[in-house]
Design a protein around this ligand. Structure first.
Ligand SMILES: NC(=O)c1ccc[n+]([C@@H]2O[C@H](COP(=O)([O-])OP(=O)(O)OC[C@H]3O[C@@H](n4cnc5c(N)ncnc54)[C@H](OP(=O)(O)O)[C@@H]3O)[C@@H](O)[C@H]2O)c1
Ligand SMILES: *[C@@H]1O[C@H](CO)[C@@H](O)[C@H](O)[C@H]1NC(C)=O
Ligand SMILES: *[C@@H]1O[C@H](CO)[C@@H](O)[C@H](O)[C@H]1NC(C)=O
Ligand SMILES: *[C@@H]1O[C@H](CO)[C@@H](O)[C@H](O)[C@H]1NC(C)=O
Length: 338
């Protein structure tokens, strides 16, 4: 190919990126030296408004992951409990076969469920996940909750430091490149690192406009722990918000104003705010246009005044308090009713 053809291809790729509207998330370096793309796709189908689980019944997650990879996502979040690992794996392997990505281009997270906290259960549980994903390694393996459970639903009080040793073993065996935890509070993180001398690379917790967790984020900054933010939209959408959930909703006039200023949507403003807090949001959508929209937040930035307004929506309001575990000795959240 002549030089001008290379230049033509290069410029076309740049323009393609522009057309996507800022849809390539830059990477962040983890405390173990590896990199994580600063926004990912969530693949949990979530809860209905009445609190019951949405069942997986078609290939919508597989399609969503394919749309996401086409839109420029290079980070996918799943968990054994979501029952979507098989679909995530098929989509990734399809895109590898099509030549769109190589395995090393994509960052995949999965999580150890609460019934597998025994140290000797961790590697087998991860091998089962890898089998469903049809992958040889995972980029990030997380302890899903500090709360252990027995198969019959009774509480398992296996020390989290034991479970963590199992994750260290999984990393040493090359099955997980990075390891971390989810839904741990500051004290639990501190105790884990102090007792095992291995600091998690990532903490995944709920972060959104109503639950900004400034002191937990500050702790993680000091420890160089990267925070991924789940349920990044919180109660923005009336179809999902509980009746007692604090504002804002997606039609909030102040948010609509900011969105219009940047030719963006209110959900994009909410995601951009999290990115500017240093949080890695993992918005879930199975709708192609929203998947494309949610990653297009890397071509603008908010002003200090706008960030101050967005900060003012913090109410310490949790959308996922999991109150049926409130009596577990390792329940991580504040024990008050919402
Ligand atoms: N570690 C944990 O314990 C934990 C807990 C919860 C979640 N997570 C992870 O975090 C991910 C995200 O959290 P989440 O699923 O709870 O909530 P979320 O991402 O805040 O919200 C998902 C909902 O927002 C809708 N949506 C997405 N983008 C939209 C847009 N641009 N405009 C309008 N509506 C939009 C989706 O609808 P459609 O899909 O219909 O488009 C879906 O109903 C999960 O999928 C999971 O991977 C982890
Ligand atoms: C976090 O750790 C990584 C890897 O060791 C390092 O490159 C980075 O500079 C650290 N960041 C901070 C803020 O300490
Ligand atoms: C659950 O299983 C454990 C261990 O097998 C047992 O000790 C406990 O009594 C069981 N709990 C219930 C509610 O069945
Ligand atoms: C506004 O955003 C939409 C959707 O990304 C895009 O199609 C349109 O060209 C943008 N308009 C301007 C004026 O930038």
């Amino acid at each position: 190919m002549a030089l001008h053809s290379y230049i033509f291809v290069f410029v076309s790729l740049l323009l393609l990126n522009e057309a996507r509207g800022g849809g390539v998330a830059p990477s962040i370096r983890l405390n173990d030296g590896r990199e994580i793309p600063s926004l990912g796709l969530g693949t949990w189908l979530g809860l209905k408004r009445d609190g019951s689980r949405v069942e997986v019944q078609d290939d919508s997650v597989e399609k969503a992951v394919e749309y996401a990879i086409d839109a420029g996502y290079r980070h996918i979040d799943t968990a054994s409990i979501y029952n979507t690992e098989d679909q995530v794996g098929r989509a990734i392997n399809n895109k590898i076969k099509e030549g769109v990505i190589k395995r090393e281009d994509i960052f995949v997270t999965t999580k150890l469920w609460n019934t597998r906290h025994a140290k000797e259960d961790v590697v087998p549980a991860l091998r089962e996940s890898l089998k469903r994903l049809n992958l040889d390694y995972i980029d990030l393996y997380l302890i899903h909750w500090p709360v252990g459970l027995l198969a019959n639903g009774s509480f398992d009080t296996t020390d989290n430091a034991q479970t963590w040793q199992g994750l260290v073993e999984a990393r040493d065996q090359g099955l997980a490149r990075s390891i971390g935890v989810s839904n741990f509070n500051e004290q639990q993180l501190d105790s884990l690192a102090a007792r095992t001398h291995v600091t998690p690379a990532v903490l995944q917790v709920e972060i959104n406009l109503n639950l900004q967790q400034p002191s937990l984020l500050e702790y993680c900054r000091r420890q160089n722990i990267t925070v991924t933010g789940y349920t990044p939209f919180g109660s923005l959408f009336p179809s999902k918000a509980q009746d007692d959930a604090p504002p804002p909703r997606v039609d909030d006039p102040a948010l609509v104003n900011i969105a219009n200023k940047y030719n963006k949507t209110v959900p994009q403003i909410a995601l951009r705010y999290l990115v500017e807090l240093g949080v890695v949001p993992i918005p879930k959508s199975t709708t192609r246009s929203r998947i494309e929209q949610n990653v297009a937040v890397f071509d603008f930035s908010l002003t200090q005044q706008e960030r101050d307004l967005l900060k003012s929506y913090d109410r310490g309001y949790r959308t996922i308090p999991v109150l049926h575990w409130i009596d577990h000795p390792y329940y991580p959240f504040e024990k008050r009713q919402h």
